[in-house]
Design a protein around this ligand. Structure first.
Ligand code: NAP
Length: 280
């Protein structure tokens, strides 16, 4: 059994951050500090942790993070008003609304209230459409991370059969569009797909975006396939059975240390991109 190439997200992330550090310094010299506003509604502990991690990552790079915390009982109107203030705040370059938001809030309306030029997390309807048309400014960060990993390791995409398991608006769907835009032949699977295993078995590139621990089994992986596991489940496990999949794959992302760290770096990158574009 050949050991697969380990697609090391920490290495990819460090490379991205090294480049960003230079760009942040150049912006600082112009008197600009790239700033990401994060909005956390409610008290979900995992969401609070994610927001904290994103804020810390900003500070480490010399960027600013403006943390807005709103109570669980926040209404859609209150949230929209806060987003509007951030849209108009010239010191803020990127806006991230941590989701899920409490159920009384119209999440789609809230996402779509984010100004397109500050939509660094790729959550707006317009941002999704631009991404699908291949002229996106800022695709969703996890799909962007998956593409960055493929590119960092120079793994071919064109002409390959990519099978994406999951079709969420922030992950499965946009990454499918991005792979399609890079001339992969894409199959998108979801909870109503019949014969899922048969689809995955045909893949040259497998993207796991299911949200179920160790759901993709090793015997589903065609020998030599590239496996990208975006999943992050309780107990630090991904959506793929790592050992089983690694036995057949030619390259694979670990969990943790794969897609996750690159996702945060893409958020920072999009915020720096936005700061540069908003201050030409
Ligand atoms: P999601 O919104 O819950 O979507 C899950 C998708 O998987 C849905 O499209 C669903 O199909 C599909 N699915 C569920 N059960 C299935 C089954 N039995 N067979 C085939 N498809 C099935 O989740 P998400 O937000 O896309 O996240 C997916 C995973 O990525 C999670 O583990 C999450 O923690 C992780 N994630 C990681 C990062 C990161 O930075 N690494 C960021 C975001 C998410 P239907 O559409 O038919 O319901």
């Amino acid at each position: 059994m050949k050991t697969p190439l380990l697609l090391d997200g920490v290495e990819v992330s460090n490379r991205i951050k090294a480049d960003l550090a230079k760009r942040v310094t150049a912006l600082n010299e112009k008197g600009i500090t790239p700033s990401l506003a994060t909005i956390l509604v409610g008290e979900d502990p995992s969401s609070a942790t994610y927001v904290r991690m994103k804020g810390n990552a900003c500070h480490k790079l010399g960027m600013e993070s403006k943390k807005i915390e709103m109570p669980t009982e926040t209404t859609t109107e209150e949230l929209l008003a806060t987003i509007q203030q951030l849209n108009e705040d010239h010191t803020v370059h990127g806006i991230l609304l941590q989701h899920p938001v409490p159920e009384q809030i119209d999440e789609r309306a809230a996402f779509d209230a984010i100004a397109i030029e500050k939509d660094v997390d790729g959550v707006t309807t317009l941002g999704f459409a631009q991404n699908a048309f291949n002229f996106a400014q800022y695709p969703s960060c996890t799909p962007a991370a998956i593409m960055a990993i493929l590119d960092h390791y120079d793994l071919p995409i064109e002409g390959k059969h990519a099978v994406v398991v999951g079709r969420s608006p922030i992950l499965g769907k946009p990454v499918s569009m991005m792979l399609l835009n890079r001339n992969a032949t894409v199959t998108i699977c979801h909870s109503r797909t019949s014969e899922l295993e048969a689809h995955v078995k045909q893949a040259d590139i497998v993207v796991a975006a299911v949200g179920r621990p160790e759901f993709i089994k090793g015997e589903w992986i065609k020998p030599g396939a590239v496996v990208l596991d975006a999943g992050y489940n309780k107990g630090n496990v991904g959506d793929c059975d790592y050992d089983g999949c690694a036995a057949n794959a030619s390259a694979i992302t670990p969990v943790p240390g794969g897609v996750g760290p690159v996702t945060i770096s893409m958020l920072l990158k999009h915020t720096v991109d936005a700061a540069e574009r908003l201050n030409p």
